[in-house]
Design a protein around this ligand. Structure first.
Ligand code: IMP
Length: 432
């Protein structure tokens, strides 16, 4: 069976962890293809709350091989800590496979991100400060160190010395910081190398063989479409490509290996960090939804910005990712509202009505939402397990979203528990 991609359609935090974890039941491999420990998945499994940042949530299933593929950047200190934490809660992590092609997040990436974000002042992006941007920048500049370099001390040291010359000059001369000591880094990373080695593999070949042998492979995106370096709200984006096309590059499989692309969206919207967010709301209602939905960053603990579901952005995500199905999470958070606004268009600063996601940064920054109010429902829907268990208004809400976006909703989340989901059959004719 070919591969399925599961990715975020908004600004991350859509509840992908839970969706992936749920779908993982029928999978043999679950693969992360981009990002690093800037991501955060919260999964509730057998009453335990687990926070995963780098390791695919499929690790919780004994029949799944979790894979961290080429496109991911790895902070080895973080990865080993996450492995230790999982082991500590009784999870068997021995099946994890990590690509030797992954780029490493180095101590100077963390240091440089700290000082450059400070230097940007009020123009700072509000990154997760995990060194993600600097690591991907070095990858593109072809001065990155990779996981495979950890296993040849001579090569590791040589590459590090070249890079450190430049990084230390920047740190000391431009930012007035102390230089980093190459010997200390070599010692630390060589120690980490020994502990990482059992997990390192040629993951592209592994996945190729798995697909050839008819295994089921799920490619799991981190962050979301609107944080994509190329297709998101640049420059308020992450430094990798969460979109579907990038799953092939990041995992090392071909486009024809992909069968399904599932897009995960909350029933409303959230965003952490700076950047345009046309359907954003503030005040009591935003506070209420933030508290009800537990909208605080998994990685940084920051309160998330809140808004209504943005169907223009969702339709854009459906188009550029070739979505075959939607997963709508956290529908229960909207219970108890008399009317639920949804964003079905934008108005530009000049008063023009927009029915598509504008490519120009300034237009998007000044866009205001056109909202349609749909009827709400009073009932608690946490116990609903079939579409028929949902109140009429909740079903109408799902139907409106699917029809507007032109993609069927396959799965709906009605609570944080692993079993709090509904498989649906909402049909969707082509979007306008
Ligand atoms: P970076 O990925 O740490 O470079 O941060 C760039 C932007 O992406 C910031 O606005 C972050 O808040 C945001 N971001 C990165 N990872 C996630 C995530 O997993 N969920 C939500 N936002 C994220």
């Amino acid at each position: 069976m070919p591969a399925t991609i599961v990715l975020g359609t908004q600004w991350g935090d859509e509840g992908k962890g839970k969706a992936v974890d749920y779908l993982a039941d029928g999978m043999d491999f679950v693969v992360r293809y981009q990002g690093g420990n800037n991501a955060g998945h919260t999964v509730i499994a057998e009453g335990r709350l687990l926070k995963l940042q780098l390791i695919p949530s499929g690790v919780l299933y004994p029949h799944i091989t979790p894979v961290i593929a080429d496109g991911v950047v790895i902070d080895p200190r973080h990865l080993l800590r996450e492995l230790d934490d999982l082991r500590g809660t009784g999870v068997d992590v021995s099946r994890l496979q990590v690509s030797g092609n992954c780029h490493l997040i180095m101590p100077y990436h963390l240091e440089l991100e700290k000082v450059t974000q400070r230097f940007l002042g009020h123009n700072a992006l509000g990154t997760t400060k995990r060194g993600i941007g600097p690591a991907y920048a070095d990858k593109a500049a072809r001065i990155g160190l990779r996981v495979q370099d950890l296993f040849d001390q001579k090569i590791f040291r040589e590459k590090l010395e070249i890079v450190l010359r430049e990084k230390n000059a920047i740190l000391t001369k431009l930012y007035g910081r102390l230089p980093l000591d190459g010997d200390v880094i070599v010692d630390e990373y060589m120690d980490l190398a020994g502990r990482l080695e059992p997990y390192v593999a040629d993951t592209s070949t592994l996945l190729h063989r798995a697909l050839r042998d008819g295994k089921s492979v799920m490619l799991e995106g981190a962050q979301g479409t609107l944080l994509d370096l190329d297709k998101g709200t640049y420059p308020f984006v992450t430094s990798s490509n969460p979109v579907a096309a990038a799953a092939c590059i990041g995992a090392g499989v071909g486009p024809k290996d992909i069968d399904e692309v599932w897009g995960v969206s909350k029933a409303y919207s959230t965003r952490v960090g700076a950047g345009p967010f046309p359907s954003e709301i503030e005040g009591d209602l935003a506070d209420h939804l933030r508290d009800r939905g537990g909208e605080y960053g998994t990685t940084t603990g920051r309160p998330r910005r809140i808004g209504w579901i943005d169907l223009i952005a969702l339709r854009y995500a459906a188009r550029i990712n070739s979505l075959t199905a939607l997963v709508l999470t956290k529908l229960d958070v909207l219970s108890g509202m008399e009317r639920i606004p949804v964003c079905t268009g934008y108005r530009s600063q000049e008063g023009a009505e927009l029915d598509h996601f504008p490519y120009h940064q300034s237009v998007l920054h000044h866009a205001t939402p056109t909202l349609v109010e749909l009827p709400g429902w009073e009932e608690d829907i946490g116990e609903a397990r079939r579409e028929e268990d949902l109140p009429e208004a909740a079903r109408a809400y799902l139907d409106f979203v699917a029809r507007f976006v032109g993609v069927p909703i396959a799965l709906v989340g009605v609570g944080p528990g692993r079993d709090q989901v509904i498989w649906t059959e909402v049909t969707a004719p082509a979007a306008g």
